[in-house]
Design a protein around this ligand. Structure first.
Ligand SMILES: *Cc1c(COP(=O)(O)O)cnc(C)c1O
Length: 422
């Protein structure tokens, strides 16, 4: 694809964009009547206009039916959660029975580690990225302590090579091979929140399994961003949230994947609750725990339907578009951003995200030097919402559902103007 550094080229890309009408399905934060250029869908995705409709429907149902809403109405609440599995499974490349929409990401990671981190005296270590998202590191620390091990011995950290920003997959694999018989669990962010690097899950999963380790991926920055193929990758489990690329609302309900081969294994340790009980007999209340089929058996509590309505509003849009079409636009849109940033030619900014589109999603992270956080503040003041990560990284995530080529072009013009005055 040859790009051009001018406004009319950006406009032309928008005109030819098969997904252009989806922009109008979202609400945009604005200042003085002007919508912001919103490149922060990696932190909190924008609100679909249908969110309010879906949540209102359930509020009305509650008001009109009370408890009867569990079994009446066009979407009885008793199955509301379960009915989201199929469209969620499509987004992450899984079978419907491998996916459950429940809890929140960090909670799900704890639940998955109860099932898949079973340390022994010889095999008790966890391999994790040195710069993994803090919540994941805290989960790992606390799980290790819970099992009576010492975190200073039990954690193996994956670091990028000296002078490099991203991890090399070959280094991840050689680390797995080196420590294989001591590792109980490999836990990786499938798209790194800081660098935007995407990891091929299959090759890492094969290496982990060859050493007898379990492997899980945190897909917080992957779900809704790029096709994941969780089932085919063979990973044991994965967790993600729905408020980033999946636009389901602040703190909304997370997703969880358990590979088919572990479903219905009665030997697997599991924290259980009544919502994981078989649906037909759940309300019998007296029987022994009889697990629901598939990943649904990991559910614990009666799910928050109002929050799930936000998930539904968003998944309906994803089902309509399809993750493959989104990805095709995303590669072009982020490619255009990369091209324009390359044209800036200012030594104070440098992209640290991998160049190969196969090794990244939509986000580009730029490291800035000799520039203060004022640059970021000035971008906001000039109508752009991006985010700043300490010590010196600006993350820019053009989301293919609602961002345009014109916005990418205008953003780089604003950035250039701000670099000149900083
Ligand atoms: C956003 C994010 C989280 C946040 O988890 P919550 O429990 O939803 O607050 C955890 N891990 C990663 C990698 C994230 O990007």
């Amino acid at each position: 694809m040859t790009f051009e550094n001018n406004f009319s080229f950006a406009k032309q890309c928008d005109d030819q964009d098969p997904l252009k009408e989806y922009r109008s399905r979202f609400n945009y934060p604005s200042k003085d009547g002007h919508p912001y250029i919103y490149f922060c869908g990696n932190s909190l995705g924008l609100q679909p206009k249908t969110t309010v409709t879906e949540i209102s429907k359930e509020l009305e149902g509650w008001s009109a039916m009370g408890i009867k809403g569990y079994f009446k109405g066009d979407k009885p609440w008793v199955d509301y959660d379960k009915n989201l599995s199929a469209s969620m499974a499509e987004i992450v490349g899984a079978k419907t029975e491998e996916v459950v929409v429940m809890n929140t990401l960090t909670v799900n990671l704890h639940f998955m580690m109860v099932s898949f981190y079973n340390p022994s005296a010889k095999r008790f270590k966890i391999l994790i990225e040195a710069d993994a998202f803090p919540s994941d590191r805290y989960v790992v620390d606390s799980q290790i302590k819970l099992h009576g091990f010492d975190t200073s011995e039990a954690i193996i950290k994956l670091k990028a090579r000296e002078g490099e920003e991203c991890l090399r997959v070959e280094d991840v694999i050689s680390s797995i091979e080196e420590h294989g018989d001591e590792i109980a669990l490999v836990l990786i962010g499938n798209t790194n929140y800081y660098t935007g690097q995407y990891f091929d899950m299959k090759s890492i999963a094969i290496a982990a399994h060859a050493q007898g380790c379990k492997i899980g991926f945190d897909c917080a920055h992957g779900a809704g961003n790029l096709p994941l193929e969780l089932h085919d990758s063979g990973v044991d489990f994965a967790v993600w949230c729905t408020y980033k690329y999946l636009n389901s609302g602040p703190g909304s309900i997370g997703g969880c994947f358990v590979h088919e081969r572990h479903l219905n294994n009665p030997e697997l340790p599991k924290l259980t609750g009544w919502w994981g009980h078989h649906r037909e007999s759940r309300f019998g209340m007296r029987e022994e725990f009889d697990p629901a089929p598939g990943a649904l058996s990991w559910q614990v509590s009666c799910p928050p339907v109002l929050a799930l309505a936000g998930v539904k509003a968003s998944l309906d849009i994803f089902s309509e578009v399809g993750i493959d079409k989104l990805r095709a636009k995303s590669i072009k849109l982020t490619g255009y951003l990369e091209y324009l940033l390359g044209e800036v030619r200012d030594e104070r900014i440098r992209i640290i995200t991998p160049k190969d589109p196969q090794s990244r999603g939509c986000q580009l992270s730029i490291k800035v030097t000799d520039v203060t956080k004022n640059l970021y503040d000035n971008l906001i003041a000039n109508g752009v919402i991006v985010d700043w990560r300490e010590p010196n990284v600006i993350r820019i995530a053009p989301a293919p559902l609602y961002n345009s080529f014109e916005e990418v072009f205008r953003f780089v013009e604003i950035l250039k103007a701000q670099l000149h005055c900083s």
